[in-house]
Design a protein around this ligand. Structure first.
Ligand code: NAD
Length: 344
């Protein structure tokens, strides 16, 4: 990948732009204060370079907050690739992305995200050693989304306990937007604990799969507005906004998607509606936590699961700050992250 330019920004350490043939890629490094910036590669059909840059900046910030709040010695970074993974992804492109990551000399460690699989990482790893989430046959942990789902599951239980006095899912209704890797795993965990699960996906096969497991399927335009105890956004960001909030009929929002709130101020509207929002960067840290176990070497399932369990305590601490110090839940989460990011 040819690196076009590297630019320093006010709130980010730098952004690097690269390209291979017609495909453009951007790596945004928000912070390396706590350690190398880690975050996945997202390949998406962005409508413009500005949209892709905006996404890279927001997602790399979210990675900094997530790792800091989770107590990891990792910073925040993200790579976005402008292109359709079904049409534009090739071995040459993946190798070029490996060169791009390698050119930053370990400042950025890459992983998978939407449009990039663990198998793709195996190709990228031919050109860089700064990659985690490799397939198991290469000594990696493979897909980290089951751990993300587990962390969201623990977060839901902790939020239920805060609101209803019990973490039990029996008789509780959870609506999941997006039944992909995170949403699908989460649905199975919830169903196994007796929850009623409503779900939606834009891909018919995912709906069929979920229906066969016991999920009640709703059209994509209706899922956010179903009466439920917990709404769990597990598709894309920005779905909680001025337009959708007045129509929500949930008590809790807790999901896997990054940047669920379109704007930070949306948390005030949620407060007014009496909806408890668990910040995504606290609830969805299971993936990066399990990747950090891979980075330490000798990854085991048990060790990763044990580490992800720590999310329960962090959501508990967040809700304590919310209750005792009067901070809204987003502020409480940001305090937890910035205590490390801005500490000595
Ligand atoms: P995925 O692509 O496997 O699943 C997303 C699913 O959402 C897809 O099946 C897609 O068809 C569906 N979808 C898209 N738009 C929709 C809509 N409007 N309504 C209903 N469904 C829709 O991705 P994933 O790995 O499950 O990740 C889901 C979200 O969680 C993403 O925002 C991702 O950034 C975030 N996240 C994932 C991980 C991880 O470990 N995979 C970690 C942290 C955060």
């Amino acid at each position: 990948m040819v690196v076009l330019e590297k630019i320093k920004l006010e709130k980010h350490e730098f952004v690097a732009f690269g390209w291979k043939d017609k495909v453009r890629a951007i790596i945004a490094i928000h912070s390396t204060k706590l350690g190398p910036a880690c975050g996945g590669i997202r390949m998406w059909n962005y409508s413009s370079e500005e949209e892709a840059l905006e996404d890279a900046l927001r997602l790399s910030l979210a990675m900094s907050l997530k790792s800091a709040a989770a107590g990891l010695n990792l910073g925040g970074g993200k790579c976005v690739v402008i292109g359709d993974p079904n049409k534009d992804k090739s071995e040459e492109l993946l190798l070029a992305l490996g060169d791009f990551v390698q050119s930053l000399g370990g400042t950025y460690i890459t992983a998978e995200d939407i449009g990039i699989t663990s198998q793709d990482l195996a190709v990228i790893a031919q050109r860089t050693r700064y990659v985690v989430g490799l397939p198991e046959y290469m000594g990696g942990m493979g897909d980290c989304s089951p751990y993300t789902a587990l962390g969201v599951f623990y977060s839901i239980q902790t939020a239920l306990e805060f609101l209803y006095g019990s973490p039990s899912l029996l008789g509780k209704t959870v609506a999941i937007q997006g039944l992909g890797k995170v949403g699908g795993n989460l649905a199975e965990l919830l169903l196994s604990k007796g929850a009623r699960v409503l779900g939606s996906d834009t891909i018919e096969e995912r709906c069929e799969w979920a229906r066969s497991r016991g999920v009640e399927i709703f059209p994509p335009q209706e899922i956010l507005f179903q009466p439920c105890d917990v709404l769990s956004p597990c598709a894309l960001g920005g779905v909680i906004n001025e337009g959708t909030i007045p129509q929500l009929r949930c008590k809790i929002i807790c999901g896997g998607a990054n940047n669920q709130l379109e704007k930070d101020e949306d948390v005030y509207l949620l407060e007014k509606m009496g909806i408890l929002y668990i910040p995504d960067f606290i609830a969805n840290a299971g993936g990066i936590i399990s990747l950090s176990v891979e980075m330490e070497g000798n990854f085991t399932l048990e060790r990763a699961k044990e580490r992800v369990k720590g999310i329960k305590e962090r959501v508990g601490e967040l809700l304590r700050i919310h209750k005792e110090e009067g901070a809204n839940t987003l502020e409480a989460g940001l305090r937890m992250a910035y205590a490390r990011l801005e500490g000595d």
